[in-house]
Design a protein around this ligand. Structure first.
Ligand SMILES: Cc1cc2nc3c(=O)[nH]c(=O)nc-3n(C[C@H](O)[C@H](O)[C@H](O)COP(=O)(O)O)c2cc1C
Length: 311
């Protein structure tokens, strides 16, 4: 059993990414019950609802699950104490320096992985005492570092410097991608976009269908010279923001109209390049089982190559 799997305590080292409003108990429990590892978001800033969602998990699955704490965007610090005392054993931190949160979490016996977009961030996180890293390539959906580094480069570059366990995120939606990440040093994968478009995801069908329709050029990086820099689906609205180079401050104001109302022009639909690999809305269990069998098929092929010592 690899180090990530030991830390997660799940059947498979396949993590459902934290995603504001989306990664709540319905989706996370479906992933956990299918052998993956669900993570509840707190980045929506809806503190009380997120606390209820964490509690609700206990009635929906007997499998382990995690919580994400966004260092910079956490609105209510009471969330840290709540998470430290709610029985969760695995937390990911993201967006900022993990130093700030690590003390109370480690004291509570929680395993902490920090999400990093570059080697410097990885080294800083290891110095701060994290147990592992979520290595986030620029291919992924959501908030991104404006200095774009592709996942496959990042995994290799971090692995050259440190030996901590890595969960690879960004651009993975199937077992081949998972095998590629493992070959580059990862011991687990995290997926956001794939799970946005699965059956148990709470978002509107229009959002799911936009992901199904997307190809590898259908996402844009917005707001590279300001904050937050984000990867989103290409729409009329996002093409205009891209051309202007600046994102209006009220861009997220109506994100729930997009997520749950299906109005794809109401805000920005966060999604990654992996959209091109997603062609069907299927249950989380089917995503995970398909991925595991593809992963072992790819690994078998590499094993045969290694055994024959011939390309
Ligand atoms: C709709 C959406 C919302 C996201 N929201 C968050 C978030 O709230 N916190 C966070 O750490 N990452 C967030 N992310 C990034 C994911 O955690 C993950 O790293 C990314 O989705 C991986 O790439 P993929 O989309 O290619 O699977 C979000 C991603 C998506 C697609």
């Amino acid at each position: 059993m690899n180090r990530v799997l030991q830390h997660l305590g799940s059947k498979y080292p396949i993590v459902q990414a934290p995603m504001g409003w989306i990664s709540r108990s319905k989706l996370a429990a479906a992933v956990c019950n299918a052998g993956g590892f669900g993570v509840i978001e707190t980045s929506s800033g809806e503190t009380e609802i997120c606390k209820q969602e964490i509690e609700a998990m206990k009635g929906l699955t007997d499998k382990p699950f995690g919580v994400n704490l966004p260092v910079l965007h956490l609105k209510d610090p009471s969330m840290i104490d709540f998470v430290a005392n709610c029985g969760v054993k695995f937390v990911t931190t993201s967006a900022g320096n993990p130093q700030k949160f690590i003390g109370p979490l480690k004291e509570a016996g929680i395993t902490v992985y920090h999400a990093v977009p570059n080697v410097a961030g990885a080294l800083k996180s290891v110095d701060a005492g994290v147990d592992g890293l979520v290595v986030e390539g620029t291919e992924g959906g959501g908030f991104k570092n404006p200095n774009e580094v592709a996942l496959i480069v990042l995994l290799q570059a971090i692995r050259r410097e440190v030996d901590v366990p890595m969960i690879a995120a960004g651009g993975i939606a199937d077992g081949r991608g998972m095998a590629a990440a493992f070959a580059a040093g990862a011991e687990g994968v995290q997926m956001g976009t794939r799970f946005v478009a699965c059956a148990e995801s709470p978002v509107h069908d229009n959002y799911k269908n936009s992901i199904l329709a997307a190809d590898e050029t259908s996402t844009l990086m917005l707001n590279k010279n300001s904050s937050p820099c984000i990867r989103v689906l290409r729409t009329e609205r996002t093409e205009k923001i891209y051309a202007d180079g600046v994102m209006p401050k009220d861009t997220f104001a109506k994100i729930q109209d997009l997520y749950f109302g299906g109005d794809m022009e109401a805000s920005v639909g966060l999604a990654g390049q992996s959209s091109t690999l997603i062609n069907k809305v299927i249950p989380a269990a089917e995503v995970i089982e398909g991925m595991v069998s593809e992963f072992f098929e790819a690994a078998d092929n590499l094993g045969k190559i290694a055994a024959a010592r011939a390309f």
